[in-house]
Structures are given as structure tokens and as C-alpha cells.
Design a protein around this ligand. Structure first.
Ligand SMILES: N[C@@H](CCC(=O)N[C@@H](CS)C(=O)NCC(=O)O)C(=O)O
Length: 216
């Protein structure tokens, strides 16, 4: 049962996993509070003992919701979907639902962790090349899958968790200067999705902790 207290998202404006959760809340029309966790400042506020109590992996997001604390953005999104009214974020049809999970996992397990801050910091001067390589590798797999599954959105014509994962990953790809021309389906879907209100209001350029120079 959803409680009356507003959920609290501990996140970072530019974190793609935090953005996923912001999109899910926005699509469901759920109000929430944000507590910024700066991944860079003070050597990384996610690494403090205090934050570790919220997410022992010392990553964002962590979400306080209905009396529990959750980490792992896909678990958070599915909990929001299962407890809040509004558009379904996973389709009713088992085949489509499996496709949504396949695409979400491909991004959340097969791409994002390999270009995550903690990992690329270990790569020193090669970090750009490293991130590009793994995003490209993932997008080479994602492009034919999406060509097959997509309609207006990643799976058919309903917005789903797959779309929630795609847009922040494309944002990361752009940050790491991956050539998106090689991926026409990914590019088309991203262009369509980023115009949608829930994706716009949750964009890294307009969050409470977005620095002035990156606001837009
Ligand atoms: N599987 C986790 C991944 C979380 C994650 O990688 N968060 C990144 C930001 S998107 C982070 O906190 N990085 C901090 C670090 O690498 O030190 C999820 O989906 O929530």
C-alpha cells in the first residue's frame, strides 16, 4: 500500500540511473523530494559512511519509499510500477514484458556498469576510449533488437521501462562522443522520447543540483 509520505530520491543530476527513477516518477505523476549526492565533490559523497547506510554499493540512486529504502534503479522502477496508478511501465503481455526486461537489462547490466564513474576512473587517460568501446559494443547489439521490437517506442507503441533506460544511456553516449549515426533506430527512438514531458522535466539540465553553467 502506497503511504502518504512523499518518496525521497537520493541522486545526482547527471547520473543516468537517477534519471531513470526520475522519469518513472514523472510518468506516474508521483511527487517526490530529491536529496543531492554529489558524485564528484569531496571525493564523492556516495562514498561516505552515512550514505553507505542507504546504499551499501555506494552508488546512486537510493530511494526511501513507503517505509523501505531501495537501491537498484530497475527494482525501484518496478516497485513504483506495481504500487502507483497511471500508465504501466511493463506491458501486460508476457512476450512484450520479456522484451522490455531484455532491453532494460542489456543497458543496465551490459552497458552502464562498464562506463560508470567508478570504473572509468580506474582507466586514467584511456577512460574516453574505454567508455566509447563498451557503449558501442552494447549499441551494436541493441540496434538490431530495437529494430525488431520497436514501434513508436522501444517495444511497440507503449512507453515502458525500456524507454526509461534508453534515453539516459543515449545521453551518456553523447557525453562520451559515441557516433549515433551508426544507430538509426536508437537515434529515432531517443528523438521521439526526449520530447515527452516526463523525460524533459527529469533531464539532468534542470534538476535542483544542476550547476548553473549546465542548466538549459
Ligand atoms: N545497478 C545500479 C547502478 C547504479 C550506478 O552505477 N550509479 C552510478 C551513477 S549512474 C554511481 O553512483 N556511480 C558512482 C561511482 O561510480 O562511484 C542501478 O541501476 O541503480
Amino acid at each position: 500500500m502506497a503511504s502518504q509520505t512523499k518518496p525521497v530520491l537520493h541522486g545526482y543530476f547527471r547520473s543516468s540511473c537517477s534519471w531513470r527513477v526520475r522519469i518513472a516518477f514523472a510518468l506516474k505523476g508521483v511527487e517526490f523530494d530529491q536529496v543531492p549526492v554529489n558524485l564528484i565533490k569531496d571525493g564523492g559523497q556516495q562514498l561516505t559512511e552515512q550514505y553507505k547506510t542507504l546504499n551499501p554499493m555506494q552508488q546512486v540512486p537510493a530511494v526511501e519509499i513507503d517505509g523501505i529504502t531501495l537501491s537498484q534503479s530497475l527494482a525501484v522502477i518496478q516497485y513504483i510500477d506495481e504500487t502507483r496508478p497511471g500508465p504501466r511501465l511493463l506491458p501486460a503481455d508476457p512476450k512484450k514484458r520479456a522484451q522490455v526486461r531484455m532491453i532494460s537489462d542489456l543497458i543496465a547490466s551490459g552497458i552502464q556498469p562498464l562506463q560508470n564513474l567508478y570504473v572509468i576512473q580506474k582507466m586514467g587517460a584511456e577512460k574516453m576510449q574505454w567508455a566509447q568501446h563498451f557503449i558501442d559494443r552494447g549499441f551494436q547489439a541493441l540496434e538490431p533488437i530495437l529494430k525488431e521490437t520497436s514501434g513508436t517506442y522501444c517495444v511497440d507503441d507503449e512507453i515502458s521501462m525500456a524507454d526509461i533506460c534508453l534515453v539516459p544511456q543515449v545521453y551518456n553516449a553523447e557525453r562520451f562522443k559515441v557516433d549515433l549515426e551508426k544507430y538509426p533506430t536508437i537515434k529515432r527512438l531517443n528523438q521521439t522520447l526526449r520530447e515527452i514531458e516526463a523525460f524533459r522535466v527529469s533531464h539532468p539540465s534542470c534538476q535542483p543540483d544542476t550547476p548553473e553553467e549546465l542548466r538549459g
